[in-house]
Design a protein around this ligand. Structure first.
Ligand SMILES: [Zn+2]
Length: 240
């Protein structure tokens, strides 16, 4: 291992010579920096290139460090990974003259007018997540509302509220025709979100979690038990 000082930090790197034409720098998931260079490049030249790319190197080392730390959690900060509908995306907070959120492949760019104001930038992301959730949850609820109706269970039209909840995935107040779903369902695979959607809709037929309730569940979603168990096992900490 060789070392170099970049922005007052001592960075170790592994240098290999090969037959390629250019100096190549990679940050590996195990937090090592790998440099490969043609045999004719002087050591001083490699150090100059590392210095030139120091901000890229340090940012990517930080990103790898964070993603190791939060394998499954959702930390809404630059460089962290979040799980949306069960898929992993990496977050990038970027300075912009317009507040917006964009997805490219498995990357989410939060374009923010105040990149140094974390709370402000997180609000932009959360607002985007919320409006995404409102459409996605409502589509799912409508789908299962129709399934219930097709199975002979009258289900009224209802109002949907999406919000962050500490202890529950969702609630239904039949008298107010109101379904509330936890925004954290955005982080789980779709089949779990569907389980919660149907659960709340069945409460329009039955308020209690009794045989009648689960009988309807069985009819409309035969694998509901597996979804219920896995959701609460794998994703319990999200609501904590
Ligand atoms: Zn319930």
């Amino acid at each position: 291992m060789r070392t170099i000082v970049l922005n007052n930090k001592i960075i170790e790197y592994d240098l290999k010579y090969n037959a390629k034409k250019n100096v190549n720098i990679r940050v590996k998931p195990d937090l090592t920096l790998k440099v490969s260079a043609p045999r004719w490049v002087l050591k001083g030249e490699i150090e100059r290139i590392l210095n030139e790319k120091s901000s890229w190197i340090l940012e990517n080392l930080e990103i790898q460090k964070q993603s190791k730390k939060d394998e499954r959690s959702n930390i809404l900060e630059n460089g962290h990974s979040i799980w949306l509908l069960g898929e992993k995306y990496r977050l990038y907070f970027r300075s912009s003259d317009k507040n917006t959120v964009m997805i490219f492949d498995d990357q989410i760019f939060v374009c923010t007018k105040k990149p140094d104001d974390l709370e402000y930038s997180q609000k932009i992301l959360k607002n985007w997540l919320k409006s995404y959730a409102e459409t996605y949850f409502m589509d799912t609820l409508k789908k299962y509302q129709n399934k219930l109706i097709n199975n002979g269970y009258k289900t009224p039209d209802f109002e949907l509220q999406v919000r962050e909840m500490k202890t529950r995935w969702g609630t239904c107040i039949p008298s107010k025709k109101k379904v509330t779903l936890n925004m954290a369902l955005m982080y789980t695979p779709q089949k779990y979100m569907e389980y919660v959607a149907l659960h709340e809709l069945i409460h329009f037929q039955e308020i209690y979690h009794n045989d009648h309730f689960y009988g309807i569940f069985e009819e409309v979603m035969p694998d509901y038990k597996e979804r219920q168990t896995k959701l609460n096992k794998e994703y319990a900490r999200i609501t904590k």
